[in-house]
Design a protein around this ligand. Structure first.
Ligand code: 3PG
Length: 211
């Protein structure tokens, strides 16, 4: 898990054709990024994870949009190395626990954060980040939760321009986003564009503004 988050950046991808999954992973690697979250929003998501694990083992692969316990099982079977859920569900959480699978459940409010903490999770997706107050919301949440060791993975509406502001916060483990490999770019097999956007995003992880 530390390996997956070491660059503090996760590319969130929607892959419509399984055959695009390995070239996408190669395009991200060419841009210097070693972590992808394949969302369970398409029928072939589990097969995409399998294909990337087999063909591009250097990249860490997570499964996103895990809405049910069954999706968690499919993600584990496919070889996903972590899971992400847009919200907090006890069924999804329990299924991840039973499978010994690391989950980043989604939260926004203090109540949801406390539910996820009670379930034993310490890294939480903060989604949709920009809509729910972005950097200033995370700073406010650091008041009651800063001493707990809880860390956040903000996702939703983040760009290369806003990424450094999130990464400047110590309570941010990593940032997730689709801007470097949007669904249409993947569907169009625009691998060089994806590599260029990824390289810019990776470069932006190195420049943290104060505060
Ligand atoms: C997610 O699934 O985490 C978000 O849809 C990604 O958000 P973004 O597309 O705004 O980056």
């Amino acid at each position: 898990m530390e390996q997956a988050l070491k660059q503090r950046l996760i590319c969130v991808a929607v892959i419509d054709r399984v055959q695009d999954s390995a070239p996408l992973a190669e395009a991200l690697l060419a841009g210097g990024l070693e972590c992808i979250e394949v969302t369970f929003r398409t029928k072939g998501a589990a097969d995409c994870i399998r294909a990337i694990r087999k063909s591009v083992p250097k990249i860490s692969v997570g499964a996103g949009t895990l809405l049910t316990a069954e999706m968690v099982r499919q993600a584990v079977d496919a070889g996903a190395q972590f899971g992400v859920s847009p919200g907090f569900s006890e069924q999804v959480s329990n299924s991840a626990r039973q499978n010994g699978f690391t989950l980043f459940p989604g939260v926004v409010t203090p109540t949801e954060i406390m539910q996820a903490m009670e379930a034993g999770w310490t890294r939480l997706k903060f989604f949709p980040a920009e809509t729910f107050g972005g950097v200033s919301a995370l700073k406010a949440l650091a008041g009651p939760f800063g001493h707990t060791g809880i860390q956040f993975i903000p996702t939703g509406g983040i760009t290369a321009a806003t990424l450094p502001h999130y990464l400047a916060l110590p309570q941010v483990a990593a940032v997730g986003g689709s801007w470097m490999a949007e669904r249409k770019l993947v569907a169009d097999q625009a691998w060089s564009d994806i590599t260029r956007l990824t390289a810019a995003a990776v470069a932006a992880t190195g420049s943290h503004p104060a505060g």
